[in-house]
Design a protein around this ligand. Sequence first.
Ligand SMILES: [Ca+2]
Length: 118
Amino acid sequence: MYSTPTSLLCSTLFSLSSLTPDQRCTHCLIMSLMAAMATIIKVFKEHAGKDGDASTLSNAEVKGLLCKELGAKMETAKDKQAADKIFQGLDSNRDGKVDFTEFVIMVAALTAAMEAAV
Ligand SMILES: [Ca+2]
């Protein structure tokens, strides 16, 4: 489903037979980034489709995503309160749901934290 736009863009932008080695490296980087973006979209849609509006994450869906994708635990009231705070932090427009743009901000923050730790 997500490979179609990737394939279309790549076939439009590149012709592999005519790429120089430097262009091939750039092509590989672009393909890697596009694969990562497709994964982000897939993860969001998987969780957003579990209840209610399939285009946004509810508080419960964010908790499920944190558990499944990030290994978070929701065993204690303190864990659930921490997850509620994460949800509130993600819901920047305070409409009670996390849309894709709000979700991507979390992914960017996690990516920056990962880069800082490397
Ligand atoms: Ca929101």
